[in-house]
Design a protein around this ligand. Sequence first.
Ligand SMILES: *Cc1c(COP(=O)(O)O)cnc(C)c1O
Length: 404
Amino acid sequence: MDKLTDMQTTEAPLNFLVDSEGYYGEFGGAYIPEILHQCVENLRQNYLKVIQSEEFKQEFNQLLRDYVGRPSPLYLARRLSARYGCKIYLKREDLNHTGAHKINNSIGQVLLARRMGKRRIIAETGAGQHGVATATVCALMDMECVVYMGKTDVERQHINVEKMKMLGATVVPVTSGNMTLKDATNEAIRDWCCHPQDTYYVIGSTVGPHPYPDMVARLQSVISEEIKRQLLEQEGRDCPDYLMACVGGGSNAAGTIYHYINDPRVQIVLAEAGGKGIDSGMTAATIALGKLGIIHGAKTYVIQNEDGQIEEPYSISAGLDYPGIGPMHANLAKQKRAIILPVNDDEALRAAYELTRLEGIIPALESAHVLGALPKMHFKPTDVVVLTVSGRGDKDMETYLKAK
Ligand SMILES: *Cc1c(COP(=O)(O)O)cnc(C)c1O
């Protein structure tokens, strides 16, 4: 501890947030086709001005309160704490409207789109969670909404497709490539290139070209803002010893750590999807296996073969099934600011059943991965741990039943 404090006073202060060029260390940037330059530049010049304005903040915060149901509770999980020999608080993003943290980001970006004079919203979605959140906000705000989704995912995620349609969105099944998230993203980018004037592209995680990772992190940072306040109220101190979250692209993790990222008192622990094991060839453990590359407009770690071709990832959890990772998180791993633990399918399933039986909370499969990291930790009885439950398990019931 002393060493870290020393470092802070004698050298430049820690900075794990984005720099003025759109980088986190060597990660990030905006590697985009010429035709998108104008769109991304326009966003870069406007996003801070808009989201930091009083008028935006007021509308955003009111919707987070009255529509999403924030603040989400910080719940002291007594039986789970006893199991792991420390004090574990759960940040309950599963209680948000639409069942996860994604709605925070969708509301923020659609409000921004409206202020930039856009009428048409496009989004990509894998499992459909981001698609449903964005379609929900578009219904609320009377915006046209087109969601690109790989044909394989359309078939796998039938209920989410029907929800999006019921909400008034157009779902476009994508038949190129493997017909999954990566292909849906390419198709959304193609659409954006064709309609730069009236269309806004809502990205669902801390990925994509700058300024998306920073913008999404800021919109999700309400999570750590609330943790600070709630912890001070309940624990008499505003910082935990550990913050824990799962990482697909990284948005719920970024929101959880945002206001603590440069505070060396807090240890950050992130769980990525090990799939059937990091050596099995069926995995989405990007930090364990990825090499530096470019994916969706950002320089970051990517799971790729020797020719630099992006490999199809695998995880039992659709929300963690991404071959890249946000540039912020790649840098946290490289700088050893965060511990990144791969958690396999079977470990996540066991953890989901454990939380359900100990606390009466059925978590999303994604969230079950960070719960599956708990047995890999060594806590002291005095440790205060805040773990984010990013979503609820309703959408995963079939998988849970099959695994029983
Ligand atoms: C989409 C999703 C995730 C993964 O996305 P991040 O951007 O890494 O947060 C995690 N949990 C739930 C419930 C999700 O829907």
